[in-house]
Design a protein around this ligand. Sequence first.
Ligand SMILES: *Cc1c(COP(=O)(O)O)cnc(C)c1O
Length: 376
Amino acid sequence: MKKKTKLIHGGIPQDKQTGGVSFPIHLSSTFKQRSVGKFEYEYARTGNPTRHALEQLIAQLEEGTDGFAFSSGMAAITTVFKLFSSGDHLLLSEDVYGGTYRLIVKVLSKEGITADFVDTTDLNKVAAAIRPETKAIFLETPTNPLLTITDIRAVSRLALDHSLLLIVDNTFSTPYWQNPLTLGANIVIHSATKYLGGHSDVVAGLAVTNSPELAEQLAFLQNSIGAVLGAQDSWLLIRGIRTLGIRMEEIEKTTKEIATFLVDHPSVARVYYPGLVSHKGHKLHQSQAEGFSGILSFESGSGERAEEIISSLKYFTLAESLGAIESLISIPGKMTHASIPAERRKEIGITEGLVRLSIGLEDSSDLLDDLQQALN
Ligand SMILES: *Cc1c(COP(=O)(O)O)cnc(C)c1O
């Protein structure tokens, strides 16, 4: 089955009982048992049919064994991190999502879990940071907001050699473009709030495992911690995922046009987009993903200049988040990445003048005209 077909026919596409072509929202919190202990579903934290349909769908899309749905991307990440305990050490991409950075530094540190943030695009640096107590590597590729690319296959070989788990946050690429489990990762995570939901109307997280053993551990943690996705949001997410293919194709087409326009614009110092041949990770990304998505960043020159541009735009909404039908704009250094200390932000290149765009589904000529007038 090709990807676009899988998006439509994957998971549990129909209601067996009524023939309804949209899988129903099961709001029941508990389920009648045929006799003691004999049931398909028991209690909705443990399992809910609508959530189950979503979990089947994401497992198929990521080519994994099992899927798990959570109340947010951070709930998914937190639950996965509960695989580790006091004394364990983790390695993460240095420009990891701000919320993940905060979770590690401010929350998990209190539980005795330590971590190092390394440049995962450099395999030697990753290898050098591995300690006897290291248990996992957690990476994003492309990263947010500088779109750096890490070689998933190479890091997975390194992880295997050292018996480490490889966890990939695949939010930016989506399963439509990139499938980390097929490249050697053990767990893939999504903030489904972004492209998978796609319409800025649901907060959700997903995780998929590559083995029944890991799935069993994660199912136990999901049920024990209880940060599960509700039935209505599960349904919304299924509905969003059905159109992921056509959204990603269109978004990418427009993003390429905008990236080219920005590269040619005299007032733009630098454009970060893996779809540009000039991007450092272009070839590598192409070797592990089928598309480049719709996030790009550019260096406007200064914080004032960035704010000037933002206030002149008509079609780009100033907001956190990304991956929806409407185009969004943000200043990562002051917004999504504000929880990263200023010193660290500077080190990794997240300046005050760095502007991030998440391209939506508006007509590309309107977006180009809008950027043109704002930059001028
Ligand atoms: C948004 C985001 C998260 C967090 O997800 P929430 O749904 O907001 O909790 C994690 N990773 C990445 C890459 C994100 O963009």
